[in-house]
Design a protein around this ligand. Structure first.
Ligand SMILES: Nc1ncnc2c1ncn2[C@@H]1O[C@H](COP(=O)(O)OP(=O)(O)OP(=O)(O)O)[C@@H](O)[C@H]1O
Length: 544
């Protein structure tokens, strides 16, 4: 077995064999492999028979899940040992290796691999760590997991990048499959390195991934602080521990595909237990499963609003406040219908948080008339709009007409949802521990005019975290962006306006901000295009 693994050393892997955890005399580990694919914690088994039944391990009809859970706890020890380096679970692999066999399965959060194909399996993990990180982790683990019996074992030392290990006499590696190893290496080369954030997190991010929360929780923070990254890791962490699927919801319908691709790359096994979906698609699926009918037709919805605006809106007092019909459509989608209001008094008394244009009683009356006309025209056309779908789905879930069947819900960019959208997700998750994680940032709201979490009946008291380290932008660019929003206050779904200027730690430097001033929107857009073209011209040809 050691001989097969030693072949990995020439591929940049460090092999630590027969180790024990320094914190215990009895917890031993057969091999710790540290290399480009991460850290592999290996326990070798010489079982006569192995069978996986419903995610449980059996040897000669006896359930041996205890072996898997021992290995998972040992892997937790390994993660604790390197936690200061910020290594995530996506770079740690608990593996039971079966002597003399060729197989690959997965059960109880553990990989089950045959001795014959372990080397090929390891190389297939791809590139998750750089050479320096491998060396750093290797030396931490070498200290925390010393050789099991120093006196009798061969001397094992970590020397800078590679482990030097005197080779004991070995039988020939008859089962070592060179062709398979070559195929794996080729595949890995084609895949390219995986993103840094998949294997390394800032300690503040890492802590949020595995925290136990007794109820709904919230992660907020300025743009680029890795909120989505934390959401993906959290979903993966929950998916590995939850028999039911984890639901990851976004408002933008193109994002689920991107996020699911990233998650699959990060953790193929866990991603199979996560459903990435857009909010409206989720609602339509739930209505369908409940036996309901919803008829959505975007062009008929637009026509209904355009006709209502032409007959009731355009000539009203509303145009004195804002001429753009889109502002008033948002008022329906986010403020009125988005809250599920059916009674004018509810709207008349509402404090319209986040809507920049104040409205007096006469404006609200005109607005309500526009809303009523829009609803009438939707009815005439025989269609529903997307908010109708959210309300229907929410009520079906609340009434028990459909059992959504998800073990946990993670919602990203919550600031873009309306209240009934969040109520739908809350109806799915309930209040249970680790069931709902709300991610978002009020300052980036695309459609302002939302709601507070407490309006949805959600309390995150004692379960809210703020991320502050920006990974996306450089200090120079952020400083300019900050000046633009410094005087704006925004609503962060908690009912009290927050100042536009925010406390952000910056990780990167570089770049020059160009400022464009223009008289109106159209000349601003034209000037922007010119500036981008000029800036591109100035870039070296290879960077364009
Ligand atoms: N621990 C990390 N190490 C390296 N890069 C990171 C880390 N965390 C996040 N990033 C990078 O920072 C960028 C922003 O991350 P992410 O999209 O998760 O931020 P966000 O807070 O959700 O932003 P927004 O609010 O704009 O959606 C990404 O490009 C990601 O690659």
């Amino acid at each position: 077995m050691g001989g097969k693994l030693n072949a990995l050393e020439s591929l940049g892997w460090t092999v630590l064999s027969d180790r024990r955890w320094a914190g215990s005399k009895r917890a031993n580990v057969d091999f710790l492999l540290v290399g480009p694919g991460g850290v592999v914690v290996v326990d070798v088994k010489a079982w006569r028979a192995l069978e996986v039944r419903h995610d449980s391990l059996f040897c000669d009809d006896e359930c041996r899940d205890d072996e898997a859970s021992k290995l998972v706890s040992l892997t937790d020890r390994v993660q604790d040992s390197v936690s200061l380096l910020g290594l995530t679970r996506q770079a740690l692999w608990p593996v039971l290796v079966f002597a003399g066999r060729r197989l690959h399965e997965r059960a109880q959060q553990v990989e089950l691999v045959g001795e014959a194909n372990i080397a090929a399996w390891v190389t297939r993990l791809g590139r998750r760590l750089g050479a320096e990180q491998v060396a750093e982790i290797g030396s931490v683990l070498d200290q925390d997991f010393p050789p099991y019996e120093q006196a009798t074992q061969p001397q094992v030392r970590v020397s800078k990048l590679r482990l030097v290990m005197p080779k004991p006499p070995r039988q020939p590696d008859a089962l070592f499959d060179v062709a398979e190893l070559t195929d794996s290496l080729l595949q890995v080369a084609l895949d390219g390195p995986i993103e840094t954030w998949m294997t390394y997190l800032h300690p503040d991010q890492l802590r949020l991934v595995s925290t136990s929360w007794s109820g709904p929780a919230r992660v907020r923070g300025p743009a680029g602080t890795g909120k989505t990254v934390v959401g993906l890791h959290r979903a993966t962490y929950l998916a590995e521990r939850n028999p039911k699927k984890v639901l990851f919801v976004t408002f933008v319908k193109t994002l689920p595909k991107v996020l699911s691709g990233l998650c699959e790359r990060m953790s193929p096994a866990a991603s199979a237990n996560i459903e990435f979906t857009g909010l409206h698609k989720l609602a339509i699926d739930l209505i369908d499963r409940a036996g309901g009918t919803v008829r959505i037709d975007s062009s008929k919805i637009n026509t209904a609003f355009a006709s209502a605006w032409a007959t009731v809106g355009r000539g009203s007092v509303l145009t004195r406040l804002d001429e753009r019909w889109s502002y008033w459509k948002e008022e329906i989608d986010y403020v009125i219908k988005g809250r599920g209001f059916t009674d004018f008094d509810e709207y008349a008394n509402l404090s319209r948080l986040g809507r920049r244009t104040p409205m007096r009683a006469e404006h609200r009356e005109a607005m309500w008339a526009l809303y009523a006309e829009y609803e009438r025209r939707l009815d005439l056309a025989g269609v529903h709009d997307f908010t109708d779908a959210l309300i229907m789905a929410r009520d079906f879930v609340r009434d028990g007409a459909v059992e959504p069947g998800y073990g946990a819900v993670v919602v990203d960019e919550v600031q873009d949802l309306n209240l009934v959208g969040l109520e739908l997700l809350y109806a799915i998750s309930g209040d249970g521990p680790d069931r709902l994680l709300i991610i978002g940032d009020g300052q980036q709201s695309v459609y302002p005019g939302g709601f507070t979490l407490s309006e949805a009946g959600i309390s995150v008291t004692g379960r809210a975290a703020v991320l502050r380290a920006n990974y996306r932008n450089t200090a120079e660019i952020l400083a300019v962006a900050e000046r633009v929003v410094a005087l704006d206050s925004y609503d962060d779904l908690e009912g009290t306006p927050s100042a536009g200027h925010r406390d952000i730690e910056v990780r990167r430097h570089g770049g020059v901000a160009l400022t464009v001033r223009a008289r109106d929107q159209r000349s601003l857009e034209a000037a922007l295009v010119t500036q981008i073209e000029d800036a591109q011209e100035r870039l070296p040809r290879s960077n364009r």
